[in-house]
Ligand binder design. Structure first.
Ligand SMILES: Nc1nc2c(ncn2[C@@H]2O[C@H](COP(=O)(O)OP(=O)(O)OP(=O)(O)O)[C@@H](O)[C@H]2O)c(=O)[nH]1
Ligand SMILES: [Mg+2]
Length: 313
């Protein structure tokens, strides 16, 4: 399940309070240490799919606070920084300033909220006019910001095709997604995502004729593949109308968004275990006329899956 939009508050850690203390005895004088800095809060873009789930309950995240200063000029410990993983492709909007930030590449790290400075201890606060300050400074608050996050994964590869063409089965072969597969159309109701060698593959619900005008399910999910590098167009080899199958999906893509239809695309002739080798050859030739790369695959043919994997790499 894709969690789409959340409103959250992020906060840098508060600075620790300075300490007001006095060294006893003959050398008496202020010796309170400074508070530690609050941790900074970062956002890191990741292709780890579990990053989607963290906001199903949590709406507030903060970096660690700095600790208070101690006696004997001891500075408090700094708060630890916090890096929040967000799916690559997420869009975040600062609700106060309206600023938009998009996370487009993996491991992108961005400082979002500064931690607060620690308060000064009474040792540090000494001055020519006040050589024995009795009080210390309170720590400064960490920056706090409210964001609207559009959690979306930028897929690198998009599996498209008619219902029942074997998209989800391939996703399962290529990744550890383990999604539902069944012998009827519209098994997939929401896009499934899987990670293949650090790249995200999106399996989109089947597209049918009329999809672009609202039929079926697939079209509203096409936004998930707007930015893919490569479309994997699945066509079932046991269909009686392969070229028509191909054209149906292409037409729907075109009607939805012309640039999507122009995206780099290869054809995956799926379920090739259901046809004989001779037919297989003929079909591949047919598709080659479309000047598209064609790969014949079957989830029951280990070599064909390996070939697909190395092509994707
Ligand atoms: N023989 C054979 N059957 C396959 C192969 N790949 C998938 N299937 C079967 O085809 C049917 C449909 O597979 P899915 O992976 O659910 O197809 P899908 O394109 O995701 O379908 P929707 O989610 O409905 O759009 C299932 O019964 C699969 O077991 C294959 O390589 N060979
Ligand atoms: Mg499916």
């Amino acid at each position: 399940m894709l969690i789409d939009e959340v409103q959250v508050t992020f906060k840098g850690g508060n600075g620790g309070d300075g300490r007001a203390s006095f060294y006893p005895g003959k050398k008496a004088g202020p010796d309170g240490g400074n508070g530690g800095r609050g941790g900074d809060l970062y956002i890191k873009a990741t292709s780890d799919l579990t990053a989607l789930k963290q906001f199903s309950k949590i709406r507030f995240l903060n970096a660690e606070d700095g600790q208070a200063g101690g006696g004997n000029k001891k500075t408090g410990k700094n708060g630890a920084d916090l890096a929040i993983n967000l799916p690559v492709g997420s869009l975040i909007k600062n609700l106060e300033t309206g600023e938009l930030i998009e996370f487009t590449t993996g491991n992108q790290l961005l400082l979002i909220c500064h931690g607060g400075l620690g308060g000064k201890g009474n040792f540090e606060l000494r001055s020519s006019t006040n050589t024995t300050p009795k009080a210390a400074q309170v720590g400064f608050s960490g920056e706090e910001k409210r964001f609207f996050i559009n959690l979306r994964f930028l897929a690198d590869f998009g599996l498209i095709g008619l219902p029942n063409s074997g998209k989800s089965s391939l996703l399962n072969e290529l990744t550890k997604a383990n999604v539902k597969v069944a012998s009827y159309p519209f098994t997939t109701l929401e896009p499934n995502l899987g990670v293949f060698k650090g790249k995200i593959i999106a399996d989109i619900p089947g597209l049918i004729e009329g999809a672009s005008s609202g039929k079926g399910l697939g079209i509203k999910f096409l936004k998930h593949i707007e930015k893919v590098n490569l479309l994997l167009h699945c066509i079932s080899a046991d269909s009686s109308e392969l070229l028509a199958d191909y054209q149906t999906v292409i037409n729907e893509l075109k009607n939805f968004d012309k640039t999507l239809a122009k995206k780099k695309q290869i054809i995956l002739l799926t379920k090739t275990d259901l046809i004989d080798a001779e037919t297989n050859k003929i079909l591949i030739e047919k598709f080659k006329k479309l000047k598209k790369k064609v790969l014949a695959v079957s989830i029951y043919d280990y070599d064909s899956i390996e070939k697909l994997k190395s092509y994707l790499v």
